[in-house]
Ligand binder design. Structure first.
Ligand SMILES: NC(=O)c1ccc[n+]([C@@H]2O[C@H](COP(=O)([O-])OP(=O)(O)OC[C@H]3O[C@@H](n4cnc5c(N)ncnc54)[C@H](O)[C@@H]3O)[C@@H](O)[C@H]2O)c1
Length: 382
């Protein structure tokens, strides 16, 4: 299908991240920001700022479109709180609207699996918004990974300090059950990326971070992990949202305009291999002279594998992700991050939580073994 007209896209949920998506949709010549949907007064404000229509709910939008005999949107970008993703997605999928959903795909594995079935039944494509896969630093890391030889181990960090305002603004962020906490909001990004770079994770052992926010007893503040991948690669990863640190994806890549970037940051990921070590986001390869051989008694050289970091920072992952969504809706590409990829990242988080609860290493399940749960979706498979 080649659509000449811009695609009509709605953005559902315009709290912290939704307005950024909406802005990108409004700026892209191939997309038209058809409407903003959000029950809060901010919905109307964002819609006014971007010169589009506001609906307080998805049901009211469809009601209006039916009444006026107008076509449904081609696609929707869903940015509601994590625990509402699945029911919101289902409401749109049954009307044939293609979907880009913010990560995590859902807070429930069964709901995510049911959504996959529902989307297939209605011929709807779903792109899971692990947008960092489109980040130029990750695109480069994937291309350059072979330079380390056989990957053997990985060391990674995502650590920063979220302020009190962030928790006061959206109460769901203070409850792990509703998808709050850095495991489901942030670590899910990194574990998706590590799997994207190194293949599926098989086993995780996790220790929960020391609690500091006593006023929010129902939410974690991160964890320290030991990882084993199916291909034998091992790793460690540290995630915390309450330490003062620049060692995180946002600071290192400058991709989030609200988090100050650090141009000099070295190694929030280090991938160690048989022939060298790749450090991201500085994209430095540490290696030894081929002719002299490999030895701890010989110097380790450094090569910069990309030009200026500032050039990589120019390429915006949200722009690339939206462009890919356009290609998916137009039938020119399959989603680069499918529901099963979202389920796979969620299975990793589920293993982290299980390991914290039991004090034992936890096996990571397989998406094909997850059973559908339609309970909260309100729609049944025909
Ligand atoms: N990709 C990223 O870097 C990134 C960054 C931040 C958040 N996120 C994800 O984006 C999603 C939203 O996070 P946030 O921090 O913007 O949340 P938020 O709480 O700031 O905003 C959520 C918005 O959704 C609205 N909403 C609630 N129920 C709704 C419904 N049924 N229909 C329409 N709107 C509804 C709320 O009124 C609110 O405005 C989460 O899934 C989160 O994990 C992704």
């Amino acid at each position: 299908m080649i659509a000449k007209e811009p695609l009509n896209i709605v953005v559902v949920g315009v709290g912290l991240i939704g307005p950024r998506h909406a802005q990108h949709v409004a700026e892209n010549p191939e997309t038209n920001l058809m409407a903003i949907i959000d029950p809060s007064p901010k919905g109307q404000t964002v819609a006014d700022e971007l010169c589009t229509t506001w609906f307080p709910s998805i049901a009211e939008m469809f009601q209006y479109l039916d009444l006026e005999n107008l076509p449904y949107p081609d696609g929707a970008i869903v940015c509601t709180p994590n625990h509402l993703h699945a029911c919101v997605l289902a409401e749109l999928a049954v009307k044939g609207v293609h979907l880009l959903v913010e990560k995590p795909v859902s807070t429930s594995l069964g709901e995510a699996k049911a959504l996959k079935e529902l989307a297939q039944e209605h011929d709807v494509k779903v792109l899971v918004g692990h947008h960092r896969r489109f980040n130029p630093f990750i695109v480069a890391a994937k291309e350059l990974l072979a330079r380390v030889g056989e990957p053997i181990a990985i060391q990674g960090t995502w650590a920063l300090h979220k302020d009190d305002e962030y928790f006061k603004m959206s109460p769901w962020r203070t409850n792990t059950r509703l998808g709050g906490g850095p495991l489901l909001i942030n670590l899910v990004h990194d574990l998706d990326l590590l799997q994207y770079l190194l293949g599926p994770i098989q086993r995780i052992y996790a220790e929960v971070m020391k609690k500091q926010r006593k006023e929010y007893p129902d939410v974690d503040e991160g964890a320290c992990l030991t990882l084993r991948f199916k291909n034998g690669v091992t790793g460690t990863f540290l995630c915390s949202d309450k330490v003062v640190s620049p060692f995180n994806f946002e600071s290192g890549t400058g991709e989030n305009p609200t988090v100050p970037s650090d141009d000099q940051l070295l190694g929030f990921y280090r991938i160690f291999g048989s022939h060298g070590t790749l450090s991201v986001p500085d994209m430095t390869l540490y290696h030894q002279d081929e002719l002299l051989g490999k030895s701890w008694l010989l110097p380790v050289s450094k090569s910069s594998l990309v030009g200026e970091r500032s050039e990589l920072r120019q390429l915006k992952p949200f722009t690339a992700q939206l462009q890919h969504f356009v290609e998916v809706i137009r039938g020119r590409a399959e989603p680069a991050c499918q529901i099963d990829d979202g389920i796979s990242a969620l299975l990793c988080i589920e293993a982290v939580i299980r390991s914290i609860d039991t004090g034992l290493p936890a096996s990571v399940g397989c998406p094909s073994e997850v059973e559908c749960d339609y309970t909260t979706l309100r729609y049944k498979k025909k």
